[in-house]
Write a protein that binds this ligand. Sequence first.
Ligand code: AMP
Ligand code: GLY
Length: 468
Amino acid sequence: MRWLIVGGGAREHAIAATLVRAEAEVVVASPNANPGLERLARASARLEPTEADRIVAFARRERAGAAVLGPEASLAAGVADALRSSEVPTVGPDRAAARLESSKVFCRELLARHGVPGQPRFAAPTTAEEVDRAVATFPGPWVVKPSGLTGGKGVRVLGADFADPREGTIYAKALLVQGDRVLLEEKLDGEEFSQMAFVTDSGLYPMPAVQDFKRALEGDRGPNTGGMGSYSQRDHLLPFLTASHRDRATDCLEKAVAALRSEGLAYRGVLYGGFMLTADGPRLLELNARFGDPEGINVLVQYEEGSFSDLLLGVATGRVDPNLVRFRRRSTVVKYLVPPGYGGRGPSGGTLAIDERAIEDAGVHVFFGSVEPAGPGAVRLGTSRGLALAGEASAIHEASARVEVALRHVRGDYYVRHDIGTPTDLARRWEHMRHLLAPSAKPSPLPLSVAPPEAPPSSAGPAELLLG
Ligand code: AMP
Ligand code: GLY
């Protein structure tokens, strides 16, 4: 089977690597000369992920039997529609169904119309006066969201991104003036998790849960980003997430797909729910129409050897064999190396020297993101996330420590969140959730499966130095 992969990031590199492990061939339409994709691909073309006609022509020329779309921009631009019209079965919904992600207002209004549980209180004002009126109806803090795609960077939260409510209303009104729609939502408190599932005509097939680290700086400070890294736990839950929480999140995804269907929209692709686990259970923050980046990497490295191509083909053609939805029981940690300026902190980075062999010997997978080749063993960082290191181990903190060892084999000017998956970080999240559920409860130790009993090491230091 020959797959067309659209997109040039670490998520797409991981998709390609998982297909090649299943003895499939890949051809790649990518805007950058991603060295990881280049060496796996039988052919590649420098194309923006939104260039539907040229992507279809490339798929035809290379006789791709099916396609998988990585970035949301591709879905929003109707690339899946164009490929399907040319009889290329595709993993990724048509443009109309991808509005679940590309229009947050469409998504909230659809789910509200169909009574899908787990939504926060929201308003979708269309004028400055409506912004003022809507804000007055929120009993507590609220958040402002542009309705359209912003690469994870458009949401502003009262108390975190702005202190004075007037700043929030000015932002919301400015978005309206720019021609976008706006969502105002109650601010939820809790721990975030990402629940992805394969979705096709025959049903919905959940993947392991993942926690993404959206804020640019350690300790969840700084601006929102596309995601600085992520972890997953070997039982496919998370330290603070029970099977019952996971099932409620999955139920929400199922009901979202049913809502689309009842409005005449089919869905063949990956559906991603971004949830907040609150004291009242999981609440939906957003839906995405694709693999998360980096969350997709956590689940792809856990996929059992062999049949990923058959699984994806089932998604693209409408019938999945549930026996193919197989993930190993490993904990995984992904850390993204980004240019020091990523997330709005100044200019972007230079060249990284990478000893891939040594990294792999440390039990860590390397996935290339927004980089260009810069000679043997070297890449040039762009302005976005450059290199994903994915460690796997029995426990989360061990996978995190493996990535730290691997980092010794990357030289150059970059920033990374060392705190992802450390015992200190896991303990902080666990306590946050315990406190929300039972505010008067005394701190309790983490379960031993999550963190070692000894005192957790400090994760502060190197990142702050790198940030200068
Ligand atoms: P979204 O693009 O909707 O996932 O939002 C990006 C990030 O903003 C989320 O991952 C959260 O960290 C934060 N966020 C979004 N909506 C809310 C909300 N209703 N309450 C609190 N934080 C939110
Ligand atoms: N990591 C968040 C996303 O993929 O949207």
